[in-house]
Design a protein around this ligand. Sequence first.
Ligand SMILES: Cc1ncc(COP(=O)(O)O)c(C=O)c1O
Length: 395
Amino acid sequence: MRPDPLGFLGDELNALKSQGLYRQLRVLSDEQKARTCVDGRIVVNLSSNNYLGLTTHPKLRERALEATRRYGVGTGSVRTIAGTLDIHLELEQRLAEFKKAPAVVVFQSGFAANAGTVAAILSKDDVVISDELNHASIIDGCRLSRASIKVFPHKDVDAARRILRDLPAGPRRLLITDGVFSMDGDLGVLPALCALAEEFGCIMMVDDAHASGVFGANGRGTIDHFGVHGRVDIQVGTLSKAFGVLGGYVAGSRALIEFLHHRARPFLFSTSPPPAVAAACIAAIDVLLDEPELIDRLWENTRFFKAGLNTLGFDTGPSESPITPVIVGDAALAMRLSDELFDKGVFAQGIGFPTVPRDRARVRTIVTATHTRSDLQFALDVFAEVGRTLSIIRN
Ligand SMILES: Cc1ncc(COP(=O)(O)O)c(C=O)c1O
């Protein structure tokens, strides 16, 4: 028998186990909702990005079913060959109106939107100036573009300015930040970065994955929240989180969108989103416009839960959004906290290196609009009990 050429993977997995970083996938056998069945037990679910509860909203469900009856389940082609359905165009039109942008292109995921866009618009002679905590899809897009990557410390606008000042004139520059940082839940410094981009003639790009449906009027995102419409050249959003479905999009000028039709590799070389997905996303926009009270409820729940964790003495970091980390430092402790919370009926995933720095391991929580007060109080009580048992909090 030949030696297994993938044998080294077993060693890698053992190393993860010894560092307490090995995770079994948890399995839902019910809908993605506030209280659901995970690994066979009913738990309060604080682990999804389903901010507004739209994964199970009746309007989205109905539109997805209607679209499936009318168009079938798949598109059978990439967008540029035979995979552009009229509902893809309707979704793009609706998103452009929603985002107050001239045009939009939809991708199969937010990941594909970020990576595909950055890789398409930059080449090896160009420079990206990127916040150190930007999402992995941005980092991969930067690497794929082969542009030089200059990373500035998190939200440090002065450091970004120094990088720009020292760059030779000539290369194209892309200044890029997340709107909401996905692990700490803090906001990008959009007004200051927009000013910097204007001063140095950079392309300004914002990844608003966690802000879509959460920040700004009717969930239009951080560009709306900070009032910087017209100052961000490339806005990326996701349809997979607050929108409750799947996909990502880029909003910007018509030239940008037409260029991406010709050069963004996920658009050219990967099959387009299924009809049910496109139809449910259109319904999600309707819900954001018709039921803004869902966003209000998300924020009320966020304030209640964050205040509860802080009163108990947990370190919730710099969060300004419904993403509320409970930072404990050591990865093994974070995983233990997550496991013990789960045993007592609260699902909050532990997160360690490389997703967050080695000494900033945490349990990450996200409340949704659909959690009840009693769900959240129950979760706080369990956090208090387990936090004391593990000596993470004292009182
Ligand atoms: C900041 C950020 N950008 C982009 C993405 C990718 O979005 P999607 O899940 O739609 O691929 C994520 C998802 O984890 C994210 O957190």
